[in-house]
Design a protein around this ligand. Sequence first.
Ligand code: NAP
Length: 298
Amino acid sequence: MSASASDRLADIPLDWPGLWLHMLRARDGSPSAQLSHCPERGWMVDEAIGARASALFDLYKPVLDARVRQRQLRSRAPWVVAQLGQSLDGFVATATGDSYYVNGAHCLLHLHRLRALCDAVLVGAGTVATDNPQLTTRRVPGPQPVRVVMDPAARLDGLSRVFRDGQAPTLWVCDSHHAAQARSRLGQAPGRAEVVGVDGLLATDATGAYHPQRAVAALAERGLRLLFVEGGGITVSRFFTAGALDRLHLVVAPVLIGSGRRGLQAPAHAVMADCPRPKARTLALGPDMLWDLELRTS
Ligand SMILES: NC(=O)c1ccc[n+]([C@@H]2O[C@H](COP(=O)([O-])OP(=O)(O)OC[C@H]3O[C@@H](n4cnc5c(N)ncnc54)[C@H](OP(=O)(O)O)[C@@H]3O)[C@@H](O)[C@H]2O)c1
């Protein structure tokens, strides 16, 4: 991390690292001195904790609460959170795909925390092709989620790092018509990757669109019920439009890209009164502003 990036972490409160460790215990269902759970209000943080740490905690509370509901069998329904870091003018990357870095160091840590709290981290094929990401939790203490690559038409070559590095179990999700092709590309890869063919994932209208909920259901059948959709813009927008997201963290950076890979794209409306206005709150993450959007009440 560069000196300027670490400077921007100055507003991480002193009590935050300890609280994070308590949150990891809460992830596994264990209350602690700082975090307690009650059926009506879910996880609650000790009032003695600083206001900034408490505001950061509120970002992750919905994930922890969903985990309790699922553990107590009150709901076996999947719960999906997405994030997208975009510029003031609505792009996630330049036209060449360069996205290092739209957002600051704070946002990177936030991504790794969300990964650690969820069962699986999911990205689109374009992100894998462009960034060759690792999708690990190497920047924070915490468990490693299953890595999921959404590639309905199996356009990837199977050579990317996630499929080969063996750092975590990895699922390559395709429409079942393309699964054999993906398996042959994976071959005897030394990693821990597996192809998951989903029936009817691709729409039949040849637009290239797909049904995110079918992928979510297939992952839930494998016990992956808390999903983190990490990008890119097309994938998050498809999940958003399909109504497959419970929560969206849209992180706006004070940068202007001009043109390139689009950020969030929502369905069009002719009349302002019809435009959705999700319940929202904001939290500054270093120089960036995170919009925490509640898309579905639990
Ligand atoms: N700022 C952030 O939060 C963030 C997060 C993640 C990624 N990113 C950036 O977002 C960009 C990628 O996002 P995106 O919206 O373009 O795509 P994406 O959502 O990651 O992936 C979906 C798109 O990738 C296409 N695709 C499939 N295989 C591909 C291949 N082999 N090469 C290139 N594209 C392929 C898909 O086309 P089909 O539907 O036709 O298969 C689909 O349009 C990258 O530049 C990445 O750095 C930013």
